[in-house]
Design a protein around this ligand. Structure first.
Ligand code: ARG
Length: 461
């Protein structure tokens, strides 16, 4: 007869279909070390409340230590008859401590408050691991930015050539987005550090247990202020699902660029052999599978977020079994990122940029036209007029198949008297970039400051 956490009021055992649907150990058993940590803390408050003698407490803790060791070694595993991780561990405890002592641990707690607490602790640990992996990716970006601190590339808007920018500036832009992703994890962590232990099934406990002591032992800040909310809320899970999906979206924007930059048409970058794949039929192929998987998995992480939100929508308070569907999407998002981030970091660290190609393309598409307009503005010409004049320069160059700096002094002067030969100073990629020295601009001095700031920030992380 398998151990059940309930059954007293039932005439017969559950139907096999019921058992099959209900079982969750294939995904929630990973919470076992966290559940055991909660049990240790719970045993101590039972003792403090006079519900376990010192001797019983010590027996209980010894049994829990044995169980933890057996879970870790794989000697203790869940069986098909265990409904969930909590059921499995209670069986394991009773096998080790005997039913008289083992059966005492459940007083004053419910799987509802247990799981709401453990899931938070688990997610906090996992999110912290992801944040570390994100800083590794940031370091790879910054290493590349420092290595190529003077290299130019075409900056784009609407995916068309817009203005030349430093490659380092572009790489730093991705690093900035990742810095906000880490900020979001940290900020989420504060809200997640709440302990529903002591909320019981939904209404709290009558046994005089100290929820603050449990919270403290589990590294959580405070007990839930409301036992209904403590057991029924899952916004902490949905919020993390968003933070992780956003991180994936940020990675996928870089991934998309890698895919484009490594095409024959662009030729901006080359993948290292160890971070590329080949084709089973086309011998010449070198494919950006890591970047494609980053892009593809992002869809999956967005799905995990929207799926969980759909599960939570319209759920009445307090606990409903629907809430068991909270775990797989989060486990999956975390697992995918723990696989993906190191691969994207390796890809980024080993990417070789074709600097001459990028430099050659940087001024193409008349990307220095804004520099002509701003040159005129510095000479007192209203921007509206300057914009028109620079546009005429583009039209003339384009219709005669020339670049902007191929226009003659006379042609410039004919378009606007302010276009003296000095305009040629800003009609270079280097001159254009150097002139954009506003805060956060692409001027080399500004970018160097930005990269140094990011370094400091990452080292603090
Ligand atoms: N395994 C459940 C979950 O993850 C916790 C068990 C609560 N079950 C119950 N019948 N109250 O949400």
């Amino acid at each position: 007869q398998p151990l059940k956490l309930w059954g007293g009021r039932f005439a017969g055992g559950p139907a096999p279909e019921m058992v099959a649907l209900s079982a969750s150990t294939h995904f929630d058993f990973r919470l076992a070390p966290y559940d055991i940590a909660g049990s240790r803390a719970h045993a101590k408050v039972l003792n403090a409340a006079g519900l376990l003698t010192a001797q019983e407490l010590s027996g209980m803790l010894t049994a829990l230590d044995e169980l933890a060791a057996d879970v870790e070694s794989g000697r203790f595993v869940a069986t098909a008859a265990d409904e969930d991780v909590h059921t499995a561990l209670e069986r394991g405890l009773i096998e080790r401590a005997g039913v008289d002592l083992g059966g005492k641990l459940r007083a004053g707690r419910s799987r509802n408050d247990q799981v709401a607490t453990l899931f938070r602790v688990y997610l906090r640990d996992a999110a912290r691991r992801v944040a570390v992996l994100v800083t590794d990716l940031q370091s790879a970006f910054l290493d590349q930015a420092e290595r190529h601190h003077a290299a130019a590339m075409p900056g784009r808007t609407h995916f068309q050539h817009a203005q030349p920018v430093l490659l380092a500036h572009h790489l730093a832009a991705h690093t900035q987005a990742l810095a906000r992703d880490i900020d979001r994890i940290r900020d989420w962590d504060k809200r997640a550090a709440i302990s529903p232990y002591g909320s019981g099934a939904l209404a709290g406990s009558s046994l005089g247990l100290d929820p603050a002591a449990i919270a403290k032992e589990l590294g959580l800040d405070v007990p839930s202020a409301n036992s209904i909310d403590g057991t029924a809320s899952r916004d902490f899970a949905a919020e993390l699902a968003f933070v992780l999906a956003m991180l994936a979206v940020d990675i996928s924007r870089w991934a998309e660029e890698v895919i484009i930059f490594t095409t024959v048409e662009f030729g901006y970058a080359k993948l290292d052999d160890s971070y590329a794949t080949g084709s089973s039929i086309m011998p010449q192929k070198k494919n950006p599978d890591i970047a494609e998987l980053a892009r593809g998995k992002t869809g999956r992480l967005i799905g995990n977020l929207t799926g969980l939100l759909a599960t939570l929508k319209a759920l009445p308070l307090a606990y409903n079994r629907d809430l068991q569907e909270d775990k797989e999407p989060l486990f999956d998002s975390l697992e995918q990122l723990e696989l993906l981030l190191p691969a994207v970091t390796g890809l980024t660290a080993t990417l070789t940029f074709n600097l001459p190609r990028m430099a050659q393309m940087a001024p193409a598409g008349f990307s220095l036209a804004t520099d002509i307009a701003e040159f005129l503005v510095r000479g007192g010409v209203p921007f509206r007029v300057a914009h028109e004049a620079a546009g005429e320069c583009v039209q003339l160059a384009e219709s005669s198949n020339r670049e902007l700096n191929d226009l003659t002094d006379a042609e410039f002067a004919a378009i606007n008297g302010g276009l003296t030969p000095q305009v040629r100073e800003v009609l270079t990629v280097a001159g254009s970039m150097a002139s954009r020295d506003s805060v956060g601009g692409t001027a080399p001095a500004r970018v160097a400051e930005q990269v140094a700031d990011l370094r400091v920030r990452i080292e603090g992380d």
